[in-house]
Write a protein that binds this ligand. Structure first.
Ligand SMILES: NC(=O)c1ccc[n+]([C@@H]2O[C@H](COP(=O)([O-])OP(=O)(O)OC[C@H]3O[C@@H](n4cnc5c(N)ncnc54)[C@H](OP(=O)(O)O)[C@@H]3O)[C@@H](O)[C@H]2O)c1
Length: 337
């Protein structure tokens, strides 16, 4: 762990902060607010240690550390929270649920037996946030990184040409019925659909959490705990398509970044990282909760993402799947409707 400077007055946890958007968000937070203590929550300790070193050199903020977290393992998530709670750090004021994965070469499963995309992108963050709630000190902010691909194909985001999300129920996402899906679609389409559906789940989950915090009185105007969602736009060059074939990875890394010169939805991870950092730090967003941001623009998310029935079903099933018991989010009794 990096020695923490005494002036740090807030801790910010960023999942997947070792590369891509998460790295640039960490960099922007450490720069914009030198009083922040940044935790890079990563499954790759070697890479995370190098990222911390680089971040300290680039920002001059020495209060940056790495803590091991694998969102594909509920054991790792629980250990992360225990390790976090065991040390004396500045108050936890923000959680950035940034880590994400796309699996397009066939169905894989997490350590706990959940389909990986749903397991990491949704369930992992669901458990992490719920376990960290008792450690959050208001005013506090939680941001879930989602994607414009959560819209159905008919949306303005069709340029991304990802398959529409398909939300039937959470159990089917955790334990897909391979016999029926594989007959209809190839692994590439199935994998990308799972990704867009997981990004819809991020929004359903964020809106539900925001709702529960407000209506159960844990988030008030004087002591807000806000929960928002962030679409960084298309950021070619990041590692998100690492499971794609060589030609697509080549285009993603070397050709698509040029599109940002004429396509407004194409961003660098540096630019989107700065926007994400502002959502976490700017006083302008202090009381804003339950919203969807494209960059720093607050806009409506898809119609389906406001479906409370789906959000409740997702929430209740997720509690069951990750085995969350009432005493584990003690202080915030969010399991109640
Ligand atoms: N790139 C885009 O165009 C785009 C567009 C819209 C939304 N997004 C969203 O932006 C977020 C960041 O993606 P990115 O583009 O920056 O991709 P990236 O470069 O691949 O970064 C993803 C991060 O997630 C981490 N991660 C993956 N699985 C994990 C696990 N099991 N446990 C802990 N960390 C894990 C990765 O860690 P490792 O280094 O260990 O793999 C990496 O740090 C994602 O939520 C993605 O859905 C991206």
């Amino acid at each position: 762990m990096t020695t923490q400077t005494s002036k740090s007055d807030k801790t910010v946890i960023i999942t997947g902060g070792n590369k891509g958007l998460g790295y640039y968000c960490a960099k922007a937070i450490a720069t914009l607010d030198p009083n922040s203590h940044v935790i890079i929550a990563s499954r790759n300790q070697k890479e995370a240690a190098l990222s911390v070193k680089r971040l300290i050199a680039q920002t001059g903020n020495k209060s940056i550390e790495a803590l091991p977290l694998d969102l594909a393992s509920t054991t790792s998530i629980r250990t992360f929270v225990k390790d976090f709670a065991a040390s004396n750090r500045p108050p936890l004021r923000a959680i950035v649920c940034n880590a994400g994965i796309q699996v397009v070469t066939g169905t894989t499963y997490t350590e706990d037996g959940f389909e990986t995309t749903f397991g990491v992108n949704h369930l992992g963050h669901f458990l992490l946030v719920n376990l960290l709630l008792r450690h959050l000190v208001s005013p506090a902010r939680i941001v879930f990184v989602t994607s414009g691909t959560h819209f159905p194909n008919s949306s303005p985001n069709q340029t991304l040409s990802m398959p529409s999300p398909e939300y039937r129920n959470a159990k089917l996402l955790a334990f897909p019925d391979l016999a029926s899906t594989q007959k209809e679609e190839d692994a590439y389409t199935i994998g990308r659909r799972r990704y867009t559906t997981s990004k819809l789940c991020n929004i359903l989950c964020a809106y539900e959490l925001s709702h529960r915090l407000q209506f159960q009185g844990y988030s008030t105007q004087q002591h807000p705990i806000t929960v928002n969602t962030f679409d960084p736009g298309l950021m070619p060059g990041t590692g998100i398509i690492r499971d794609y074939d060589l030609i697509k990875r080549f285009a993603w890394t070397f050709l698509l970044p040029g599109f940002r010169l004429f396509a407004p939805y194409v961003n660098t991870p540096n630019k989107s990282g700065k926007d994400l950092a502002k959502l976490i730090l700017d006083p302008e967003f202090a009381g804003v909760t339950g919203k969807y941001f494209v960059g720093l623009r607050q806009v409506p998310s898809s119609q389906e993402s406001y479906d409370r029935k789906k959000a409740l079903e997702l929430w209740e099933t997720s509690i069951e799947l990750v085995n969350l018991t009432p005493n584990q989010n003690h202080g915030y009794k969010l399991m109640l409707n």
